[in-house]
Design a protein around this ligand. Structure first.
Ligand SMILES: NC(=O)c1ccc[n+]([C@@H]2O[C@H](COP(=O)([O-])OP(=O)(O)OC[C@H]3O[C@@H](n4cnc5c(N)ncnc54)[C@H](O)[C@@H]3O)[C@@H](O)[C@H]2O)c1
Ligand SMILES: O=C(O)C[C@H](O)C(=O)O
Length: 306
């Protein structure tokens, strides 16, 4: 299983590191436009192989797509990250051109590739990838909900004063500060609804902290986060590489599901060797449906800027 990661910046390198440590891929190609950076990061990571005990070969490339040929999965992290005070949507002007160019190069060398889009604004970049490539919809996946759900579980575990491994929960909707829909009604601690332990006010605070999870980190770091994003991407790549049939909320092209069409937005999907193998339609209550509708309107407004 060969994986390409375009963009050897903070998220791309973190993702390469997690994939290598999990040791399920034969090769990871890191590609960047900045001369020498991908080669340098690949070499640095390869020098951790004997320490961390992995056999994955990591190769760097300065914009030479021939090295990415016949990749099974490609991750697109190329583009600029936001700075404190910015929204993800403000990145569209620069990132749309980069993503369009990158995905067309990827497909030239790997016509069967499954693409995972990470660059922001992610739902719109995923939609752009569909429009630019015409690939079947199971082969284009936007990563946002897996990260947002991990942050939701972190905030829930904080509120419950328990390990995150005790908690399950999911965030659907757009990957934006206002568009995320944390499903607090369905979140559980070891099968017990979290509402048994937390007040409505505390749960509302957890949801709000989850939605601004990326902005909170951007303010602290001066640029956006990379460890949890890299880990979330690596989990999606592993689900595909190992045909795990795991469920993650991902940005998928919808055709009537959740009452939405011609939009990429976060919904639960099953990931396996074919990419998105199924979109899972769960029963939402009226409040959740209204939030999902509002979120979709927000994503469509950004799509209209393309
Ligand atoms: N979807 C998510 O959940 C999520 C999470 C974190 C970050 N992001 C997004 O991912 C993107 C990358 O974030 P980062 O922190 O890694 O940024 P970064 O600046 O550290 O890395 C981006 C890299 O892309 C490279 N690049 C730019 N244009 C390129 C091109 N045409 N071809 C190849 N490489 C190119 C840059 O040289 C740089 O090394 C940002 O848009 C950020 O907003 C999304
Ligand atoms: O917050 C950002 O801009 C980056 C990313 O989308 C995140 O959620 O960490």
């Amino acid at each position: 299983m060969k994986v390409t990661i375009v963009g050897a910046g903070a998220v791309g390198a973190s993702c390469a590191e997690y994939i290598a440590i999990k040791d399920f891929a034969s090769e990871v190609v890191l590609l960047d436009i900045k001369e020498g950076v991908a080669e340098g990061k690949a070499m640095d990571l390869m020098q951790t192989a004997s320490l961390n005990g992995f056999d994955t070969k990591i190769v760097g490339s300065t914009n030479d797509y021939s090295k990415t040929a016949d990749s099974h999965v490609a991750v697109v992290t190329s583009g600029i990250p936001r700075k404190p005070g910015m929204t993800r949507e403000e990145l569209i002007g620069i990132n749309a051109g980069i993503v369009k160019d990158v995905v067309s190069n990827l497909i030239k060398h790997s016509p069967e590739v499954i693409v995972i889009v990470v660059s922001n604004p992610m739902d719109t970049m995923t939609y752009l990838t569909h429009k630019a490539t015409g690939l079947p919809k199971n082969r284009i996946i936007g990563m946002g909900g897996a990260l947002d759900s991990a942050r939701f579980k972190y905030r829930l575990s904080e509120a419950l004063e328990c390990p995150a491994s005790d908690v399950d929960g999911m965030v659907i909707g757009g990957h934006s500060d206002t568009g995320m829909v944390p499903l607090t009604r369905l979140a559980v601690r070891n099968s017990v609804p979290v509402s048994k332990f937390l007040s409505e006010e505390r749960l509302a605070q957890v949801a709000e902290d989850t939605k601004v999870g990326g902005a909170t980190l951007t303010k602290l770091l001066g640029t956006s986060a990379w460890y949890a994003p890299g880990a979330a991407v690596s989990a999606l790549v592993q689900a595909i590489a190992c045909d795990q049939k795991k469920m993650f909320p991902c940005s998928a092209l919808l055709d009537g599901e959740y009452g939405l069409s011609d939009i990429c937005i976060g919904v639960p999907v099953i990931l396996g060797k074919n990419g998105i193998e199924k979109i899972v339609e769960i029963e939402l209550d009226d409040a959740e449906k209204a939030k999902m509708k509002e979120s979709a309107e927000g994503v469509k407004k950004v799509n209209a800027l393309l």
